[in-house]
Each structure stands twice: as structure tokens, then as C-alpha cells.
Design a protein around this ligand. Sequence first.
Ligand code: ATP
Length: 236
Amino acid sequence: MLEVRNLSVAYGQHRALENVSIKIDKGEIVVILGANGAGKSTLLRAISGICEGQHSGDVVVDGHPILGLSSDRIVEGGVALVPEGRGIFGDLTVRENLVLGAYANRARDDEAANLERVMSLFPKLGERQNQIARTMSGGEQQMVAIGRAMMSNPQILMLDEPSLGLSPLLCKELFQSLTEVRKAGIGILLVEQNAKQSLAIADRGYLLENAHIVHEDSAQKLASDPAVQKAYLGAG
Ligand code: ATP
């Protein structure tokens, strides 16, 4: 469904990604694990059309090449990003934030149905639809950001470190809600530092180190791999 083939990105002399190839199928949760600076955000930004670096390679969604298209056209192609730090509009209400996510042509006709879907996924957003977004808690704001991305009717939802700054309980709720998103047949590409909880919900994962994919496996195997445990799960 989404396939990245031999993607390389450079910021001037600095090579942030080298020949990265990954794929995500419908209804699959795929996690990218990597240390700070490995290139995780660059990968999501390049797929979304918002990366400042020079790029080469291919990104294909359902057979259509999208690398190098504008970010708006990539959203039209069915790929939505929840950026690190959420990027919601603090002075607008929850509902206004959600509706802003429905600007894509692919989503306009389904705005009411998508709003209902988001509110059933995150009942709290339904209860708080008229609350000013910046007064929501960190976890609730993350839900607003995910809900807004869902309003564009994506086939692929990409999230850049969504659990950052959330308490363990809120992290658990957040990851649980992603399994609900998967049930809607949406493919999820998750970049996370929280290896334990993300591997617990993921189907597959990739390890990104110094701009290269160095390992790929089922989430279950990655979680029990001693090298992964040492590097990402705090064991050792
Ligand atoms: P983190 O977990 O710390 O956010 P990351 O794996 O997401 O790290 P990236 O943000 O993709 O890493 O950065 C990869 C490398 O590219 C880093 O060395 C970073 O300094 C560099 N980089 C990222 N964006 C730019 C930019 N706009 N201009 C120059 N260099 C950049």
C-alpha cells in the first residue's frame, strides 16, 4: 500500500537517509525505532512532502509515485502526518481543529461521517468538542492531532513520537487507540522512542541507525531480540 524504495535524503553534505526501503500494508502497524538523529523524522517528513533536504528514490502509494509532490497532494493521495509536537491550533476549539483536517478533496464529502468516526474513536473529543484546544491535557491534545489527521480520510497515518511527554497511563490509552485506528483498515507508520509499548501494538518494525535500515522483523521477534532489548528496551 505504501512503499518506500531506496529513499536517500541529504541536508547539504549530511546524509540523513541512505537507501531506505520500507513498506506498510493496509491495517498494519509498523514501528521505526532509532536513536536521536538516526533519521526517523526525516523519513516521515520526506514521505509527507515537507522535508527540506535533497532526495532521491521512490515513495509509492497504491501504485502512484508521491515523492516530490506538494504536501497537499500527498494528503490527497491518502497519507497523513501527525507531526512531533502535535501542531494543533491552540486558540481554536477541538471541533474547529478537527474540521480543519477535512480540507482535502478526498475528505470533504465525508466530513460528517469522519467527524463521527473520530468522536467514537476518542469519546473525550466528542464530550469536549467546544473546549479551547490549548486547555486540553497533553494526552487529549495528542488525540486532537490524531483526530485531525484522521479527518483527511487517510489510508496511511504516520505519527512522529506521539507518546512524547505523556504519562505512562496516557501512553497506554494512546497506543490502545491506534489499534482501533488499525481496525478501520488504515496502515500506521509509527516513529517512537517508547519501544516497549509501540512494539506491543505493532505488527512489524524496522531499526534505523545512522541513516540506514539495519534490521527488519516482526514486532514480537524484535521485542525479544537481545540487541534490541539492550539498545531500545533499557535491558542489559
Ligand atoms: P530525534 O529522535 O532526535 O528527533 P530523528 O531520528 O528524528 O531524531 P532527524 O530529525 O530525522 O532524526 O535528523 C537526522 C539528521 O539530520 C540529524 O543529524 C539532524 O541534525 C539532521 N537534520 C534534520 N533536519 C535538518 C535540516 N532541516 N537541516 C539540516 N540538517 C537536518
